[in-house]
Design a protein around this ligand. Structure first.
Ligand SMILES: Cc1cc2nc3c(=O)[nH]c(=O)nc-3n(C[C@H](O)[C@H](O)[C@H](O)COP(=O)(O)O)c2cc1C
Length: 151
């Protein structure tokens, strides 16, 4: 039997669904490259279930918009929980929609650094992705998948 496809978990928080649209663009690009994807809104299922999904995956993309220069609290809680599990060697991406300063993806990347994952550059999208910026999301998803498939 062929090896199972590597799995990418894409988890995001959002206030007005712009980061959701970024997540969906990332998913589309990653799936086209041939990895399995799971997209989760942090508000929809328990953080314990999300941690379990991530533990069983080869890649994780974590997204948050920037509100008052910070990631949303539910995503901050999730990344804090990830400090307590073995994340070593996974491909890790951080992303988010923003309006003017866009600190959240960089903050998440910094907080996740001690997890010893293969961290990618952040993806920041101004407002709701569409046209060229939606293409950017898909391309980013393809890059994540490419890094996972190389391992
Ligand atoms: C109360 C409020 C505070 C915000 N603070 C910031 C901020 O500090 N930096 C920034 O870049 N954008 C800020 N924004 C803009 C949002 O990040 C932007 O609208 C983003 O696209 C929202 O993404 P979402 O739809 O995923 O929630 C703020 C928006 C609101 C309503």
């Amino acid at each position: 039997m062929a090896d199972p496809k590597p799995k990418l978990v894409i988890v995001y928080g959002t206030g007005t669904n712009n980061t959701k649209a970024v997540a969906e663009g990332i998913e589309s690009g990653a799936r086209d490259e041939g990895v399995d994807t799971v997209v989760l809104n942090v508000a929809d299922i328990s953080k314990e279930e999300i941690v379990a999904e991530i533990t069983g995956a080869q890649g994780v993309a974590i997204g948050s918009p920037t509100y008052n220069r910070k990631p949303v609290p539910a995503i901050v809680t999730l990344v804090d929980m990830l400090q307590d599990v073995n994340m070593e060697g996974k491909v890790c991406a951080t992303f988010g929609a923003y309006g003017h300063s866009g600190e959240a993806p960089k903050t998440l990347k910094r907080v996740l650094k001690p997890c010893n994952m293969e961290q990618m550059e952040v993806l920041r999208i101004l407002g709701k992705p569409a046209g060229p910026t939606l293409d950017e999301c898909r391309k980013y998803g393809a890059e994540i998948a490419g890094n996972m498939l190389e391992k």
